[in-house]
Design a protein around this ligand. Sequence first.
Ligand code: ANZ
Length: 955
Amino acid sequence: MSETNSAAGAAATHRYTAAMAADIEARWQDFWDAEGTYATPNPSGDLAGSAAAVDRPKKFIMDMFPYPSGAGLHVGHPLGYIATDVYARFNRMTGHNVLHTLGFDAFGLPAEQYAVQTGTHPRVSTEANIENMKAQLRRLGLGHDRRRSFATIDPDYYRWTQWIFLQIFNSWYDDEAKRARPIETLAEQFASGRRQTPDGRPWAELNAAERADVLGGYRLAYASDAPVNWCPGLGTVLANEEVTADGRSERGNFPVFKAKLRQWNMRITAYADRLLDDLDALDWPEAIKLQQRNWIGRSEGARIDFPVGDDHAITVFTTRQDTLFGATYMVLAPEHDLVDAIVPAAWPEGTHQVWTGGHATPAEAVAEYRKQAAAKSDVERQAEAKDKTGVFTGAYATNPASGERVPVFIADYVLMGYGTGAIMAVPAHDSRDFAFARAFELPMRCVVEPSDDRGTDPADWDDAFASYDAKIVNSAAGTVSLDGLGVVDAKTRITEWLAERGIGEGTVNFRLRDWLFSRQRYWGEPFPIVYDEDGVAHALPESMLPVELPEVDDYSPRTFDPDDADTSPETPLSRNEDWVHVELDLGDGPKRYRRETNTMPNWAGSCWYELRYLDPHNAAQVVGPEAEQYWMGPREGQTAGGVDLYVGGAEHAVLHLLYARFWHKVLFDLGHISSFEPFHKLFNQGMIQAYVYRDSRGIAVPAAEVEERDGGYYYQGEQVSRLLGKMGKSLKNAVTPDEICAEYGADTLRLYEMAMGPLDVSRPWDTRAVVGQYRLLQRLWRNVVDEDTGEVTVTDAEPDEATLRALHKAIDGVTQDMENLRFNTAIAKVTELNNHLTKAGGPLARSVAERLVLLTAPLAPHIAEELWRRLGHRATVVHESFPVADPAYVVDETVTCVVQIKGKVKARLEVAPSVSDEELEKLALADAGVQSALGGAGIRKVIVRAPKLVNIVPA
Ligand code: ANZ
């Protein structure tokens, strides 16, 4: 406690001080827990709560749940939690049944690394961290329904994570029905002959392993040997979303290599269209929607076959099929399967020296170039740098439209993982191709007429001419001509022409890749999968869930030299032989199986937690249908259903938010839930930043010990620099909520965090400014309680007009602000009202005092409860009604509106300055004087100039 506080406390024993706040807050927190004040009932009645509540409109308000780190919370963490708590409290007071709780996302790397360092089991340290974080959060007075809380590491929870995995594993995506369906329905299609097996053999002739293989090609969760992101430094593989733009691990910043490894994947690409289209139904920040759209990356274009000799054809993906006549060479990704098949034994006669790279044979050139390309990341390969590299394969293909022979190159600017891994190069109209053609002295042909004055000979140009808004030229041969068409029409024409000949078709390509779903980690959900002696994967039956994590002696994945790409992963779970080998009866008698030893990625648990909050103790179902429909089902204005408000950081745009949408859609398709989107409204809160002070060596010094003098900053006598940055332990500038609660109380901390600025904007923390909100609460207290006697000072007198105006304007403004998550301006309005009341002096009218307390309750719930009780109420303020503004006191003043008929004044109305044209017209026509002046005559026209004039022209 600061000196001023204790001094003040001594002067007036009933003053609101930190000590009093601590007492009030602890008492009400205990009361809320004991009474179950925040217990939210389900319609089915299995979770008790106020029975009347389920008849009210529901509001499901949710935070992105925290990872319980060992460092505990700093004041930046609860910003969003306080905001959702204020909003939840406001909604309880405006007649909603509010679901608000918080769980813990507790699998993941930090606990595992801590375990590796200290030998403590990750469960032990994680559970301790959770307890610590729970205590810190409880101290803030968050109104969570604690019965609905859980951690993703609870076997009761991850049992259902594994169950969902099985649902995904046991389904396939039916492109005709455009939804996931149980895998048996696919097997039936093969069995009945409705669908052909890949090699055309009848289903009955395939043995079990062959059938498993075929079905595996369709399952939404599947193991494959595709190239994955292997990170030797971390000892695990990573999802694309976990690799940075420069090809390194997001965690740890280690090099990431492409390696072919057998891994689990989720077929999220099957949902690309729906993930894209359904964004339109969501109330999300545009920036996040855009990031998802770009990540999914839908491109409309065409696939076109270019024959190579008599036996091969290169299929390209292009978004500019209209430029087909301008394709003067082709490029394959160096890893493309066709390369080896088309490379001739020797260079064709007279091959240009620049094309061969000085190599004796095409095979040698290709082998050499592949080596170089393998050492680069995709991003390096795609860099916009003008110096394009590559080498001629020695082969030629035929441009199907012009009939010309075009040379085939390999070059690393074409990626294997996109489109077909092959392109038709149109140097005149694509910058990368232009640069390459310049370097390799390849021909260029202008087929899109430049709209500027560069002329039509690309030899004179500095760069390609890329435009969609131009005419096609030089594009006619045989049976097809595009000349004179615009780009869009030319695309349609050439696509039809290709399709008629069976050498191309319109197609849609996505940037999105399947989601790599296995990790070589200990601290994650085990897969509910075992392998038989033939290596066939079997899903465990539901009755064998959960598959619990076994004890191991060594939690660490095997890590390697970060730069050594020739290594491969080894899982910690594989070290426990007793666990790995099991005898099970999976329907055909007891057999030996080997368990899957990879674990799920740390995103798994957060893919569906919103559903478990609805029905946390359901042992029979992932979520009961009644609870799901009530809390998340589609309704008016919310066609996809989903959480009413989801608050969290913008950094989750493509990882968590994309994965969760995908799982939700699978569960929807399989009929387990009625909503097809998890989060209807998303809001990204800003960050709380903090000053970082660094000494002359650039090392951060403890911010709390820095002094400010003469416009400079000093630490132990030495001048230090100051910059705004992140808050955290490592930058030695973390401020904990515990410190602020001890110094001022949780209500002050809540107010300060909410008052700092608009919720979506980042703001710098300033401990010295916290006291401002403390003073507000002290004035509020003084307006209701006598500091010397502790008596409530309100009277039963009627408030004066000015007070009523101030009160109702505040109620009106605060209500609107609360609805729109503008808590900073809501606090400004409460402050203004409180100041008005302080200035007016004298005891408050009870009706004013009570409404002031109710207005404050969502923001500062402890002091509000205390004052409410002292004002004589027995029940908690939490479920009281929020005050309603009387419009008569809300309007500032009135203006006089003149109503004319045929230009003559017939009436004068006193109206609000903000009145709308429509309202004013209604008021004017309803006026008795106007009615009698019209004398029943019809109206031809009404001219309204709100707020001052209405002119009526009778018929
Ligand atoms: C001919 C062409 C002419 C192209 C032109 C562009 C402009 P988005 O929009 O990102 O989908 N492309 C296709 N596959 C590729 C790969 N694996 N690696 C590198 N580039 C690839 O881009 C599609 C365009 O990117 C395609 O259209 C192709 O170049 C190139 F005036 O084909 B285009």
